[in-house]
Write a protein that binds this ligand. Sequence first.
Ligand code: ZN
Length: 382
Amino acid sequence: MRAMRAIRAREIIIHPRRPPVDDGAVVFDAGRVLASGAAGEVLRGFAGPVEDLGPVTVTPGLINAHVHLELSHVAGNTTGGQGFTAWVRSLLTNSLVKLSQLALDKAIAQIQASGTVAVIDITSRNTAQVAAALDAANIGGLLAVEFFGFANAGALRWPVDLDELSGPARERVAAAGHALYSTHPETLAAAKAWCTRHGRPFSMHLAEHPDETEQMLTGKGEFARLLRKAGVLPEDWAPPGCRPVAYADRLGLLDENTLAVHCVQLDPGDIATLAARGASVCLCPRSNEYIAVGRAPWQALDSAGVPLCLGTDGLSSNQDLSLWNEAAALLRAPGGPGFFQVLEWMTLNPARLLGAQRLYGTLEPGAVAGYSIVPDGAIRAA
Ligand SMILES: [Zn+2]
């Protein structure tokens, strides 16, 4: 029989929607929560080792809803503060093919250090390498294989044949689309259809930067020129003549199993569309700030009932992969959300999107044996 173990702390948030438990404890057994609650009750008769974490707040393990682990090796080698086109230009000066294992291991260590137990990782070139590293670190969640480009319209043959994957990768894979400006609409629709068939969430970058809006409306702009020059956007590509969210909606990409990532460039009509479809939005505030594309209107999205998640994005546009640092960027801003609100964005909301509410999002019995410690009293007080 495997040895049980327990943690004890001054305050434990077992469920983000319920009051924290003072002097709480959680007992883990065989990789799951066995019991949680007031230490006096939970630890009564418990003979295993108890790790006393002291005067801290413990939360359920976090879920990073958008990260690109395969870009970990470009950390520090992109241009920030000058908009999306300048950032892409700088990104493309890096080799995006060869992912260094050392960089990947460091990135995973940052994820673990922030008490993150699951990720939605966007992958295209090094899926097997990332999958192995996540498995070794016992980090769950999705490997969202991202389809990109206008060639092979509608075919999901690049970069991997999802239906031919075997083993653990098959269980955690999903199709993802890169973006409206970079990927054939039939390919995006095929990726979404694959997710629907397999009961997995579909994610794509959407309404991230002003040039995306301009390209959809007019087919023009600095970024569209870059895409044409790079041979990504066909010369004869015709813009849909509407805003990105409206186009995604027209393509049938938005529903309650879609995670739209970024959603910075929204107007009230876009927000109403996202809400009407039940789509979730993943906020990546530090990435948006780094690239200088604006701020997502999280208040309006939240008020409209759009479920929000939080992601660090990759080290290609962020200093680190700590979700707490991501949360702090919102919590410390004037008029920012409340602590428990953001905690839901890092736990309950992405857990529901993953269809894994029993495993993630709380420290109730049956949940995975992972937890997070709020790193800074200022964050908890916000
Ligand atoms: Zn991204």
